[in-house]
Design a protein around this ligand. Structure first.
Ligand code: CA
Length: 237
């Protein structure tokens, strides 16, 4: 399984050079240049190692490091801090903020690669999750198929992604805005009503073979759970 390395760095020359060299080593690379978006991106990609620049606009490397260490789903990801020459004090701060290692710019590529490998040894092998399920709803992630009990359920690609998001976090209520951003993507303009349309389609397909587990939470969004709050689920039928 391919490891994902995330680079959080605002200097494009550096991130491009790192990306090039890491990809050459066979890693999958994700780059983020904005501190404010870093945490969401880390949560989304769940990288095996993070290369984190010290000086970032909006949110500093140290703040990002602290935030990562405070979040249960990402707190164990190894972090290598990239600091500039002469920021010796910063190294100490970086390590107290929870970084696992640091490299001073300008750094040598072979040295950095060696450090990445060291951190990967501490990082668990990425797990290939083959299936997610909730009650009698089963999603085969390899074949990209959905079943309800023994019944195959045909879903369009958007409904599939919507259902996947809900199944990955049963009980969690997702806002329409969050679903738009994460199921449709940042760059596509769609109205939040579109989410309702696709949820309706998803419900129609799923409910052919069982009861409705998708819950509409008034003014908040949608979740999948077995909380049969009739008031709220009736509203959407
Ligand atoms: Ca920088």
């Amino acid at each position: 399984m391919q490891h994902t390395i995330m680079i959080i760095e605002d200097e494009e020359a550096i991130s491009l050079m790192l990306k090039y060299n890491l990809e050459k080593e066979g890693y999958n690379v994700v780059v983020e240049s904005k501190g404010s978006r870093a945490i969401a991106e880390v949560e989304k990609h769940q990288p095996s190692v993070i290369l984190l620049d010290w000086m970032l606009p909006e949110l500093s490397g140290v703040e990002i490091c602290r935030l990562i260490r405070s979040k249960p789903d990402i707190k164990n990801i190894p972090i290598i801090m990239l600091t500039a020459k002469g920021e010796e004090d910063d190294k100490v701060k970086g390590l107290t903020a929870g970084a696992d290692d640091y490299v001073t710019k300008p750094f040598s590529i072979p040295e950095l690669m060696a450090r990445v490998k060291t951190q990967l040894r501490h990082s668990p092998e990425p797990q290939i999750q083959k299936e997610i399920s909730f009650k009698d709803i089963k999603m085969d992630l390899v074949e990209k198929k959905v079943f309800r009990g023994e019944n195959f359920i045909h879903l369009g690609p958007t409904e599939f992604r919507l259902l996947k998001m809900l199944l990955e976090n049963p009980g969690k209520v997702f806002s329409r805005e969050y679903l738009l951003k994460n199921v449709w993507g940042d760059n596509i303009y769609v109205e939040s009503r579109t989410v309702d349309v696709h949820i309706r389609r998803l419900r129609r397909s799923l409910n052919k073979f069982g009861i409705d587990y998708i819950r509409t939470v008034r003014a908040s969004g949608y979740s999948i759970d077995d909380n049969n709050d009739t008031d709220e689920s009736l509203e959407n039928n």
